[in-house]
Design a binder for this molecule. Structure first.
Ligand SMILES: [Zn+2]
Length: 301
């Protein structure tokens, strides 16, 4: 408790006082990036690294993810720079309930009256403002020291599961449950038309392991089957069929190598199946190495 109070004093309280802000330690999380069209009705409206996607339809728009605290202003600016109305956002989605991707959901929901849909296994994290993260189970770990909400709690209006369909206008997204990074980590696929061609789009949440938060693959009290969850995710991700892929961090799909602000619209730059396979392999190898090390350590203990 002493630790909690001490650290809370170091954080900045939000106006409503219902959560304490974590320090933003990465410059790329607040660096802005001009909005652009990815393919068809899919647009990038996020920052330099934290990806936010806008999917437009005749009956309103879908917004996937937010950035860190106070990113609403930039997201709104980005949406408007493309000629769309921020107030036409009807559905909010999330790929992983970590504060750097969901901090502004409550604010955007308030401003737009949109409904928030999330995988059922991330609901308690979103509704508690991050208190119910599975890595908060050990009182001596960093995250627990904050002892409370780290983003504004937000009500989830619809609970999704693997295979759930999210329909708006003529667009239908399908949720793919890719647990590990968070319990309810999610990817989405949908079809979009562009220039007479149909593109299957994959917006994927990569299976990276949050080592800095003390995540152990061999045993988290609040996520006992975490290793199996990651294994299932990699197996599922290898099976996915798509034409174009993007991800929840720009760095995960090498956005800045594929696109520079001002480049002419060309969906072909995001056709990169080999790059996708390599990334999945990279995260799977990192996971396997960590799991092996932990198992060896357990045997020696
Ligand atoms: Zn994360």
């Amino acid at each position: 408790m002493i630790f909690c109070l001490f650290l809370l004093n170091l954080t900045i309280f939000s106006q409503s006082q219902n959560y304490a802000r974590l320090p933003i330690t990465r410059e790329n999380w607040t660096k802005t990036f001009p909005a652009f069209r990815v393919v068809g009705n899919l647009y990038y409206v996020g920052g330099y690294d934290l990806a936010v996607y806008l999917i437009t339809t005749d009956e309103g728009h879908i917004l996937i993810n937010t950035g860190v605290y106070d990113s609403t202003k930039e997201i709104k600016k980005s949406v408007e720079s493309l000629g769309f109305n921020f107030s036409d956002i009807k559905t909010l989605l999330t790929m992983q309930a970590h504060w750097d991707h969901v901090a502004e959901l409550a604010e955007i929901k308030r401003l737009t009256n949109a409904k928030l849909f999330a995988h059922k296994d991330d609901v308690s994290v979103l509704e508690s403002g991050g208190i119910h993260q599975f890595f908060n189970s050990d009182p001596f770990k960093f995250s627990k020291m904050f002892c409370g909400a780290v983003f504004e709690p937000v009500k989830v209006d619809r609970h999704l599961k693997h295979g759930s369909k999210i329909k708006l206008g003529k667009t239908t997204l399908k949720l793919h449950h890719h647990p590990g990074h968070t319990k309810g980590a999610s990817s989405f696929t949908f079809d979009t038309f562009d220039n007479g061609k149909n593109y299957r789009v994959l917006i994927v949440n990569m299976g990276s392991v949050n080592t800095s938060r003390g995540v152990k693959l061999t045993g988290m009290p609040l996520f006992p089957n975490i290793a199996e969850a990651y294994a299932k995710t990699f197996a599922r991700q290898k099976e996915l069929k798509f034409d174009i892929w993007v991800s929840s961090h720009a760095g995960h799909f090498n956005l800045h190598e594929k696109y520079k602000p001002g480049d002419k619209y060309d969906p072909q730059r995001f056709v990169d199946t080999e790059g996708y396979k390599e990334k999945i392999k990279h995260y799977e190898n990192t996971y396997l190495e960590k799991l092996k090390k932990e198992q060896e350590k357990k045997q020696n203990d």
